[in-house]
Design a protein around this ligand. Structure first.
Ligand code: PNS
Length: 166
């Protein structure tokens, strides 16, 4: 297959909420893609219950990438391969933090490639300082009154404060 131009990549996930690790991966992705679509999966699409509503996650991600016109944010239901087709994306970006991520990521990459052989998954590795951060730990630490300002951007700190106060 020839290289599509421009290169459009999907960066899918739950992003509940977006962390500095996610941000790191998306910004690295811009080195290989002309445009990145951060795609927030609705919970019906995978088996996780969340803290932020999907629209709130989208708004937080948009505010984090306010400075970056090559990053677009949307939410989706259904299969990632269908979203890729609709958006003209041939690349899926995922972050790999540790070996424990690998098995699940490999399975998803292979399934997506099986469903759409034109879709490639590219794994990117975050900065060491970001490699232990996960949205679930951020939610837990914030809910128990811990300081998460090193793990998420200030907009997300504000969002968490408001959400947990409510
Ligand atoms: O950040 P997460 O929660 O690990 O992201 C998982 C996500 C949303 C990327 C994955 O569940 C997904 O792609 N869901 C869409 C449904 C789909 O296409 N499933 C088959 C992929 S193997």
């Amino acid at each position: 297959m020839s290289r599509p131009t421009p290169v459009v990549a999907l960066y899918p996930g739950s992003f509940d909420p977006i962390t500095r690790g996610h941000e790191d991966i998306a910004r690295r992705g811009l080195r290989v893609a002309d445009r990145i679509i951060v795609a927030v999966a609705h919970t019906s699409t995978h088996q996780k219950s969340g803290l932020f509503e999907v629209d709130e996650r989208v708004a937080l991600i948009r505010s984090v990438f306010e400075d970056e016109p090559r990053v677009e944010v949307l939410s989706f239901t259904g299969l990632l391969v269908d979203l890729a087709r609709d958006q003209g994306a041939h690349l899926v970006i995922r972050g790999l933090r540790a070996v424990s991520d690998f098995e699940y990521e490999l399975q998803m990459a292979q399934m997506n490639h099986e469903l759409n052989p034109d879709l490639e998954t590219l794994f990117l590795v975050p900065e060491v300082n970001n490699s232990f951060i996960s949205s679930s730990l951020v939610r837990q630490v914030a809910a128990l009154g811990g300081d998460v300002s090193t793990f998420v951007s200030s907009q997300v700190v504000d969002g968490l404060t408001e959400k947990l106060r409510g």
